[in-house]
Structures are given as C-alpha cells and as structure tokens.
Design a protein around this ligand. Structure first.
Ligand code: ATP
Length: 229
C-alpha cells in the first residue's frame, strides 16, 4: 500500500502559544486512521495544519508525494483533501442541491452517488440547509466534502451531539466509504465505533504523538492511560 499522507514532527502555534509539539502520523491509500486523544490534546489543530488553515512552524507534511508546506495554501487546497470540520459547516441560506453543486469538482462523486449514500439528502434537495436537522446537516457537510472528489477525507467529530439513530446512519456511511476504498482520517469520541472501522490509530497527548499502531492493539490499558476511558 502506498502512503497518501505523512506528517513528521509537525509543530504549530496559535500566535505565541505553541499547540503542536511534534505530531507524526501516516495514512495509506484506502486506509482509515483514527486520530485520538483527550480534549485539547491537539487533534483539531493537527487537522487545521494539514489543511493549511494554520501554518506549521516546523516539521514536514507530505500528501500524495507533494511537500505541502512548500506549496502556497490555495494550491494545497486543490490537491484533494476533503475536510468535514467540527460543527457541520454548510451554507445555511442555500438549498441542499445548491450546497452540493457549489462544492462539486469533476470525478467519481456526483449528485447521484452522494444521494445514494445519504438518501435523506436526495429527498430534501430543494430544502434550505438551515431547515435541516443536525444529523441531516452533518450528512450534507460530508456529502459536500465528497463532491470535491477528495483522495483523503478528514472527519472531525462527525457524530458529535447527534441522536443515536442518526449517529448510526453516519457510521454506516463511513463504513461504506471505507469499503469503497476511500482513505479517511477520523476524529471521534466513540472508541467502540472507531474500533469497528479504523485500521490504525494515532494518539496525541499535549500536542505530541505518543502512540501509534494497529487499532486492534489499542488495549484497555492504552485507552485508560491516554484516552481516559
Ligand atoms: P477537542 O477534542 O476538545 O476538540 P483537540 O484535541 O481537538 O480537542 P485542539 O482544539 O487542537 O484540541 O487544541 C489544542 C490546544 O490548542 C489546546 O490547548 C487549545 O486550548 C489550543 N487552542 C485551540 N484553538 C485555539 C485558538 N484558536 N487560539 C489559541 N489556542 C487554541
């Protein structure tokens, strides 16, 4: 399997406050990697740094063989990383169909394929995003990212704050995406659901990678020590 994304000793700061002290992680083609750690350990900051929404102060980020930190950020955005950020961002005044259309880039993902993944969106194409339920908005946020035809999908807390039945639907979609061979970097609090889908895990503590390995090797002892579960 070939390596799609690789971070080596990445550091980053919010102004004078350093938040990442050495993050290393790798995602292979068609692999699902869970980025784990307690609150405030740097998961979202890592994702923002990968997506060039904030600058790295050191280290290396290589995506599809390209050194991301040497590219201007608008070029980096075109390389094929689809981010579903924390807090389900959609364009509230636009309809579902419009939200999807503005995200679309040529590739295998189109309206038919995203509505097959999320039939509920297909039933609500003319409805404005602001009138969708929280779960439907999250589906739309994922669908928008897919419409960009990413080589890597990053999901930051995609099931946060949703009712159990909707969570269930979203996890089913994530498993389907994995089966279709999409590479995914996943942040979520549910160890049970993550365990069912992730191939490997990377654990952060205070902005630093402290453990990485096969998901199956995340023992209760490791979870106890680093995740507080
Ligand atoms: P959570 O699960 O709570 O979202 P996280 O692991 O994603 O946590 P980050 O949000 O990446 O953690 O935060 C890492 C560190 O950076 C924390 O100490 C946090 O307080 C700090 N931080 C995050 N956002 C900002 C910001 N906009 N300005 C300053 N510091 C920030």
């Amino acid at each position: 399997m070939s390596r799609l994304l690789e971070l080596e000793a990445v550091t980053a700061a919010y102004g004078p406050v350093q938040a990442l002290f050495g993050v290393g992680l790798g995602v292979d083609e068609a692999e699902v990697v869970a980025l784990m750690g307690r609150n405030g350990m740097g998961k979202t900051t890592t994702v923002r740094t990968i997506c060039r929404m904030m600058p790295a102060t050191g280290g290396r980020i290589v995506f599809a063989g390209v050194d991301l930190l040497r590219l201007p950020s608008h070029r980096a955005a075109q390389l094929g990383i689809g981010l579903v950020p924390e807090g389900r961002r959609t364009f509230a005044p636009l309809t579902v169909a419009e939200n999807l259309a503005v995200a679309a880039r040529p590739g295998a993902w189109d309206l038919g394929r995203v509505t097959a993944l999320f039939p509920r969106l297909g039933e609500r194409l003319g409805q404005t995003a602001r009138t969708l339920s929280g779960g439907e908005q999250q589906m739309l946020a994922i669908a928008r990212a897919l419409m960009t035809n990413p080589r890597l999908l990053i999901l930051d807390e995609a099931t946060e704050g949703l009712a159990p039945s909707v969570r269930h639907e979203i996890w089913a979609a994530i498993r389907a995406l994995k089966q279709q061979g999409l590479s995914i970097l996943l942040i979520d609090k549910s160890l049970k659901e993550i365990s069912a889908v992730a191939d490997r895990a990377v654990i952060l503590e205070r902005g630093e990678t402290v453990w990485s390995g096969a998901m199956a090797d995340v023992t209760t002892q490791i979870a106890d020590r680093h995740l507080g579960v």
